[in-house]
Ligand binder design. Structure first.
Ligand SMILES: [Zn+2]
Ligand SMILES: [Zn+2]
Length: 420
């Protein structure tokens, strides 16, 4: 029996969970202020959905999926991302027939069989949004603004926003041919991946991480110069909205998304604070995706952000997150024979919403005080013979080290007053 989590997975231990709770709360609250509602889709889907909705030529689908046969021989896959599932839900529930646009967000674990490295796991967490039913450039700007607002609310004010347009299938086809013509004479200098994919998918060569590929294609034609009038107009409007909102960005000719259902805006957001692996969010428009998955012709735009990366960035900030202590009140039992009184007292505190705990391991009074301190209790209630006789308890404030006596009837009000 192996007592070790599978490679590429990890436990979020109770000591660290507050960071996740705080991050999640800020994200949820910010998404809600933008009018996004949460959707929760299954952790696994039919494999075919991802082959279609993510694209079977992508690394994600060809190399990184956790695919398995269930007991009825269906091919199922743990979701490697959540956009395809949202599109499936959008189609399945005929959402297009209702009021549009719809704005959804999701948050949860995704699964990719990737080589684990710093900040990258095989089970990792993403937050993302999908807005279906509007082709308005203002919607593209809204989803970008939402990412930045979340980052700011998490205390991450320094970012780099990269922006590009990948056009539409019509203008991109012209560009693709130009790009292939540019690459073909230097194809021997490309990495093996790029050599095999450049005819089919030349855009992927633009964002290849291999340095020699980048050297080989220097002077490549830019999509920007080939945008059709509508795509050009769309891109310029997105840029104008961002500029007027005071959001700085850089146009990035190498920011591309290789599949046909991606259209117009593509963006990526980096946080210099976490260095080389600095991309925390990426997204853009995918006007062809809903149709590709068997739904109506429906525009969409969205993004996904990696939550482990966000946390990594937040850990670099000072005093950004505070560890909420485990409990507010510790009940020190001075004699075991007062078990019933102790239980009643604890129940009363807990029902009043006060986080309260006690000793279960017959510690001495002194050891109970130490234990209370360890659990971060602000107050300790001392319950002994004398107190019970007189219908009072002694409260010890662990911060000021002062003790006071309080009558049972006013105990909860007194504790709440101190805790506030
Ligand atoms: Zn176009
Ligand atoms: Zn390459």
């Amino acid at each position: 029996m192996q007592v070790k989590a599978p490679r590429g997975t990890y436990d979020i231990m109770p000591d660290d969970i507050y960071k996740w709770h705080q991050m999640e709360q800020i994200i949820r609250r910010t998404a809600a202020t933008f009018g996004y509602a949460e959707i929760r889709t299954p952790i696994f889907e039919h494999t075919e959905l991802f082959e279609r909705g993510v694209g079977d030529t992508t690394d994600i689908v060809s190399k990184e999926m956790y695919t398995f046969q269930d007991r009825s021989n269906r091919s199922l896959t743990l979701r490697p991302e959540n956009t395809a599932s949202c599109v499936r839900a959008f189609i399945e529930h005929s959402v297009a027939g209702g009021v549009l646009p719809v704005k959804w967000y999701y948050m949860g674990p995704m699964f990719r069989y990737d080589r684990p490295q710093a900040g990258r796991y095989r089970q990792f967490h993403q937050f993302g949004v999908e807005a279906f039913g509007s082709n308005n450039p203002a919607m593209d700007a809204e989803v970008i603004t939402l990412v930045l607002e979340i980052l700011a609310n998490l205390g991450l004010h320094e970012y780099e926003l990269h922006l590009n347009s990948v056009g539409c299938p019509q203008c991109r086809e012209v560009y693709r041919q130009k790009l292939i013509e540019h690459i073909r004479p230097v194809k021997d200098k490309l990495c093996t991946d790029c050599q095999s994919r450049f005819e089919k998918n030349p855009l992927r060569v633009l964002d290849c991480k291999v340095a020699s590929c980048q050297e080989a294609i220097v002077g490549f034609p830019n999509m920007y110069d080939y945008l059709c009038p509508e795509c050009s107009e769309h891109y310029n409007r997105v840029r104008n909205i961002l500029t007027e909102a005071g959001i700085s960005y850089m146009h990035d000719n190498q920011l591309v998304r290789g599949l046909d259902y991606y259209t117009n805006t593509a963006f990526e957001i980096m946080i210099p604070l976490i260095g080389a692996q600095s991309s925390v969010a990426g997204g853009g428009r995918y006007n062809g995706l809903v149709k590709e998955c068997g739904g109506p012709d429906m525009p969409g735009v969205g993004f996904a952000m990696g939550m482990e990366r966000l946390l990594l960035a937040m850990n670099n900030l000072e005093n950004n997150m505070n560890d909420p202590k485990q409990i507010d009140v510790f009940l020190a039992l001075l004699d075991e024979k007062y078990e019933t009184q102790a239980m009643n007292l604890l129940s009363g505190l807990r029902r009043a919403g006060i986080r309260a705990d006690r000793d279960y391991n017959q510690r001495s009074t002194k050891a109970q005080m130490k234990y209370a301190d360890k659990m971060g209790a602000r107050l300790v209630i001392l319950l002994g013979e004398d107190e019970i006789q007189r219908g009072v308890v002694t409260i010890r404030d662990m911060q000021t080290r002062q003790q006071s006596e309080v009558a049972n009837e006013t105990l909860i009000a007194a504790i709440k007053a101190i805790l506030e």
